[in-house]
Design a protein around this ligand. Structure first.
Ligand SMILES: [Mn+2]
Length: 347
């Protein structure tokens, strides 16, 4: 089954408009784009009169918790969060992977005809009769905008700065998924959308401070440990860092405190790929892969989606992840070898 759009924006908007009690969810452990997408859609549909149930599951980075207002969404750290009685549409945003939807998988499977998906990832296996997948979008919130436009939703007050608007949630997804407009996905359309959202009253300075300057005191200490673990592979083109559980204990940090750490070695000229390995269990290592865009237009680059797929993971061309069933040290060897293979064969 290919993972692609099955309806157009107008058809998706019509489905959303006719739902009285829509349920909106996203992948387990929502990031800024996932939470931003769910909140933006929830706010827009609520403003149109629907009784919206926004529900998310898994730990949420404290830097993005403030995107939501108290009581705006349901949140279960673990365990199921399923639609309540009367739900007539379930919308899944920013993922199409069953593996990331454990919290409501049983319900979605049993009610497949009521499921809609809105996503910007290249792969997915979610069964949804109505789906819009646009991999040309840098964030899922960007995919949402033409749908919200079809709905005639208001994005924000425009003339004054305002928090907790549809526009703010959309901007949060756009900003976080593009590393605040630095990553290669941040093209002319992204900047045009950012300009439009700013004109809707988004307070980007307040948002930046909340999202990017809210680290725990242990974060720089954890960064120091990750950097001191750094090893170069493939003649310096690949940087591999590792963090053991003990590193988190010693710095009083948690996995939530990792955001963006994988990008640290990207400041080095020669580095094309950065890999961060985090010990999750004694024989389970979480791997994050990042790559730089080509140095010149049309130049070579490493497709880390491809690289992560070697470990049954995936993601995007320049940002992907995988879980490797190996110890931290073994995973470091496996990841370095996969990078060598890739750089030698070019695929
Ligand atoms: Mn996303």
């Amino acid at each position: 089954m290919t993972y692609r759009s099955t309806v157009n924006h107008a058809q998706m908007a019509a489905m959303l408009r006719s739902a009285r009690r829509p349920f909106v969810t996203t992948h387990f452990k929502p990031d800024g784009d996932a939470l931003g997408s769910a909140l933006a859609l929830g706010r827009a549909l609520r403003a149109l009169g629907a009784e919206v149930d926004v529900a998310v599951a898994g730990p949420i980075d404290r830097s993005i918790l403030g995107l939501a207002q108290p009581g705006e969404h349901r949140h279960a750290d673990r365990g199921p969060v399923e639609p309540g009685p009367g739900c007539d549409l379930a919308v899944v945003v920013d993922t199409g992977a069953w593996s990331q939807l454990e919290h409501c998988r049983d319900w979605l499977r049993a009610n497949a005809s009521m499921v809609a998906g809105i996503d910007h990832h290249a792969r997915g296996d979610l069964v949804a009769p109505a789906r819009i997948v646009d991999v040309s979008c840098a964030s899922c919130t960007q995919v949402l905008v033409p749908i919200l436009d079809e709905l005639g939703a208001s994005l924000g007050p425009g003339t004054r700065r305002a928090r907790h608007t549809v526009a703010e949630a959309l901007f949060a997804g756009l900003a976080t998924d593009t590393g605040w407009f630095r990553f290669s996905g941040a093209d002319d359309r992204v900047f045009a959308l950012a300009a439009r959202l700013l004109a809707c009253g988004v307070d980007k300075d307040a948002l930046f401070r909340m999202v990017e300057q809210g680290d725990a005191p242990g974060r720089p200490l954890l960064t120091a440990r990750a950097l001191s673990s750094l090893r170069y592979a493939c003649g310096g083109r690949v940087a591999v860092m590792r963090l053991a559980r003990a590193d988190f204990e010693a710095t009083g940090t948690r996995v939530d405190d990792l955001a963006g750490l994988v990008n640290e070695p990207m400041s080095v000229a020669e580095v094309e790929v950065s890999v961060l390995l985090v010990e999750s269990e004694p024989r389970l290592t979480k791997a994050s892969f990042r790559s730089k865009p080509p140095a010149a237009p049309g130049g070579a680059f490493v497709d880390v989606n491809h690289l992560a797929a070697r470990f049954e993971g995936g993601g995007h061309v320049h940002a992907a992840g995988a879980r490797i069933a190996a110890s931290l040290d073994e995973a470091a060897d496996l990841a370095a070898r996969a990078c060598e293979d890739y750089l030698e064969s070019g695929s």
